[in-house]
Design a protein around this ligand. Sequence first.
Ligand code: GSH
Length: 207
Amino acid sequence: MIHLYTDSSPNGFKITIALEELGLPYTLHPIRIDQGENRRPAFLRLNPHGRIPVIQDDETGITLFESAAILLYLADKTGHLLPAAPKPRWQAMQWLVFHAASVGPILGQRVHFELFAEDRQPANIARYRGLTHDAFSTVDARLAAHPYLAGDDYSIADIAHFGWTHIARIVGFDFSAYPHLSAWHERVARRPAVRKGVTLPAPATGA
Ligand SMILES: N[C@@H](CCC(=O)N[C@@H](CS)C(=O)NCC(=O)O)C(=O)O
């Protein structure tokens, strides 16, 4: 059995989507970030960085944090969601790393500076809007030539990007300058596993 420690959030959705796509049985352990549960000693023993998502696999005894590492683990475990042929396989790896190193952190910082920072500094907002434009333009150009990031096949690279584009859409970031990214987003959003994955775990009600 796989145990997934997660919250209703972009990096967490990557793993609920992947597990739903793969049909792997898993136990969901909700971690309430707004309650500081990710900073408690029991959770820090799973991820010393205090961030979700984390998985524990009873079958292998492996515990992993960092969403890209978890996606690679699940693809490796099942032989799915990562093309076997070298060219698309390395394209998937490249776009997965591009997401983990660029797109995800840029969108995370943009959400912070644009929506949550106490002093909405125009210079910070402009910087992260510019970085988002560079990243989205790059992905848009790739998706102009291929239906999915790895090429013809949907892969963990798409799941990683979707976790964040889902939130970017919800908070109202404008995608209109990126028609291929928009079309890809709608295509991925229609997948049953994606529709279910973004509902898990149920968001806190605030009650
Ligand atoms: N690079 C990490 C980022 C993980 C991350 O920042 N997760 C957020 C939720 S989306 C979190 O746990 N935030 C809690 C905090 O910053 O205290 C990954 O891809 O897993």
